[in-house]
Design a protein around this ligand. Structure first.
Ligand code: G4P
Length: 293
């Protein structure tokens, strides 16, 4: 699924259709769970979501937290809390922290539940939907959270696909179809960060250029995992050009072409792959102080 979604090229007609679908589903729910990538909390958010969901209660799920810097994730959660938004760090691959989702979502909906109870409703069940840009982990979240309920619901005769609800707690149901949102297009840094993490198809980017941009960031941040993985302890990271650094990394990995030249194309792909697999450590690219490099 994610591979297909990665190749989605958003165009105005497509966006209008998607927007309409989300707006229709929004009418059915009481709250929205927005999934973002904990490594790029700014770039993985949809720029129009606030307008789309208006005043509906929302919870932010900082997914892929296994690949993000833990301190940075905590800082982000505090940052959202100051804005009155509940955020939860989750890892939909291992399922870590997903058991905290029902209670967090219920707390976000408490005001509405209390209102309904005051009106005499005994055990109001409220509904929530998942939204997020492609590749952020929406399907993984739904699969892990809905779990066996999902299979059961699909097996029932007469139940058509789409708009199925899963009971995730006594008072909460979740829509099985996520709202697929588009990322920002108009910001070069956002585009690069999405490409670094593999959220957009990197065929639109030149790998070497992308690797050099990633190295601009890494040589500045100097994460331990990056330094030790490429044995850069004795390299002056402040004094080296990023393209030279890419050459050095390629050399250290023995990536040579005939004539002894460094194969920077291969080195670039290797660097991007290792970053995406968190082999360079848990790295967050964006901090809440707005330091969007
Ligand atoms: P989407 O529906 O929003 O498009 O995203 P999807 O769930 O398909 O997830 C996209 C990719 O991100 C998948 O990897 C998925 O396994 C991975 N992923 C989702 N959540 C997490 C997480 O919390 N941590 C980590 N490390 N990875 C996560 P893939 O390589 O496309 O597929 P596969 O690994 O499942 O084979």
């Amino acid at each position: 699924m994610s591979n297909n979604q990665q190749t989605i090229q958003w165009f105005p007609g497509h966006m209008t259709k998607t927007k309409r679908q989300i707006q229709a589903n929004l009418k059915l729910v009481d709250a929205v769970a927005e999934i973002i990538d904990a490594r790029i909390p700014v770039s993985s958010r949809n720029p129009d979501l606030n307008k789309l969901i208006q005043n509906k209660p929302r919870i932010i799920l900082m997914n892929k937290c296994d690949m993000a810097n833990q301190t940075a994730t905590k800082m982000w959660i505090n940052h959202y809390a100051k804005q009155g938004i509940t955020a939860l760090a989750v890892d939909c691959k291992s399922g870590r922290n997903l058991n905290r989702f029902p209670a967090a979502a219920e707390s976000v909906l408490k005001e509405k539940t209390d209102r309904l109870k005051a009106k005499g409703m005994k055990n109001p069940t409220l509904r929530i939907m998942i939204v997020g840009i492609p590749n952020v982990g929406k399907s993984s979240f739904i699969n892990k959270t809905a779990g066996q309920n999902r299979a059961k619901a699909e097996d029932r005769p007469g139940v058509t696909r789409g708009n199925q609800w899963f009971t995730i707690s006594k008072t909460l149901e979740m829509l099985d179809t996520p709202g697929v949102l588009w990322p920002r297009f108009d910001d070069k840094t956002v585009g690069e960060h999405l490409a670094f993490t593999g959220a957009v198809n990197d065929r639109v980017y030149d790998n070497e250029l992308l690797a050099v941009r990633l190295l601009d960031f890494l040589k500045d941040l100097k994460p331990e995992g990056f330094i030790s993985r490429f044995k850069l302890e004795n390299t002056d990271l402040d004094g080296i050009e990023s393209y030279e650094l890419l050459n050095l990394i390629g050399k250290k990995r023995g990536m040579l072409v005939s004539g002894g030249e460094i194969d920077t194309g291969r080195a670039a792909i290797m660097l991007l792959d290792e970053f995406r697999a968190a082999k360079l450590g848990r790295i967050t690219l964006e901090m809440p102080n707005g330091d969007l490099k």
